[in-house]
Design a binder for this molecule. Structure first.
Ligand code: HEM
Ligand SMILES: *[C@@H]1O[C@H](CO)[C@@H](O)[C@H](O)[C@H]1NC(C)=O
Ligand SMILES: *[C@@H]1O[C@H](CO)[C@@H](O)[C@H](O)[C@H]1NC(C)=O
Length: 224
């Protein structure tokens, strides 16, 4: 008994002090994933939030973005039902970058635009605009899946001034996850509790290039 108690105690201590699974090592990069439903080619990263489960983050970018110009992306998040909310930090930290937070709202997933200035509840953020596509959004018996266009996720004011993510290279990302659902799931300004797990990785946009990005966006119900 004493031994079992000790293991639980040690595990909870580790969880609290590290805030993420201690033996999950962040892989760098991303793999190409072609989504037959929407037709986009995404760069895909599977973010482990436990030793046996992950949240899939996929980013599709337009090919041939002129240097220095802002660009839209399409983000897809696939999360097991037990995920209460899942967040993506586009600059790889909690404060001072666009945060995309998604969760299941009945039979549809919902996306919320946030920005934090510190380690407290992120406020609504108007610097990024989301349009959920007519495809790739569902809640079923095992998962919820969000697919959204974002304008403003790749250019923002960070802790050290203007940031523009590299459309053809690797960008530092972070994710956060909580098992608990937001308090008002039907509202994109709902409050929610702190994450149970967060982690970082380097997301390689080069494998999610789409020469026909604009036409795919329109075909899937977004706006060019
Ligand atoms: C109610 C909402 C939230 C609260 C109260 C909260 C609070 C905190 C706190 C206290 C820490 C420091 C933990 C530590 O150092 O061990 C932290 C770290 C972190 N949080 Fe949050 N958080 C919230 C939402 C989010 C969201 C939506 C994201 C989106 C991805 C996020 C991403 C992170 C990351 C990546 C870290 C690691 C440190 C850093 O990059 O600054 N958090 N959070
Ligand atoms: C919530 O949705 C409305 C309507 O689409 C949008 O104008 C607003 O910016 C969104 N707020 C957040 C926090 O996502
Ligand atoms: C439920 O949704 C997930 C994520 O989109 C998908 O992988 C899975 O095949 C779906 N399950 C069924 C039974 O359609």
């Amino acid at each position: 008994m004493r031994c079992a108690f000790g293991i639980v105690w040690a595990a909870s201590l580790l969880g609290i002090s590290l805030g993420r699974p201690s033996d999950v090592v962040a892989r760098d990069s991303a793999l190409a994933y072609y989504d037959p439903e929407t037709g986009f080619t995404f760069s895909e990263f599977k973010a482990a939030y436990s030793l046996s489960a992950n949240i899939v983050y996929r980013v599709a970018v337009p090919s041939n973005v002129p240097s220095g110009t802002p660009y839209d992306i399409v983000l897809q998040i696939v999360a097991p039902t037990q995920v209460g909310w899942a967040g993506l930090a586009w600059g790889g930290t909690m404060p001072k970058n666009p945060l995309t937070v998604g969760w299941a709202n009945g039979q549809k997933p919902l996306v919320s635009s946030r920005y934090a200035t510190g380690h407290t509840m992120p406020a609504a953020y108007t610097g990024a605009t989301y349009r959920q596509l007519t495809t790739g959004n569902r809640v079923n018996g095992t998962h919820w899946q969000l697919t959204t266009q974002c304008t403003g996720c790749t250019s923002f004011t960070g802790a050290n001034g203007a940031v523009r993510l590299n459309p053809t290279g690797s960008n530092r990302f972070a994710f956060a996850y909580a098992a608990s659902k937001p308090s008002s799931p039907s509202s994109n300004t709902s409050s929610f509790g702190m994450h149970d797990v967060f982690n970082y990785w380097s997301h390689d946009f080069s494998v999610g290039q789409n020469p026909d990005f604009a036409s795919l966006v329109v075909k899937n119900g977004g706006t060019a």
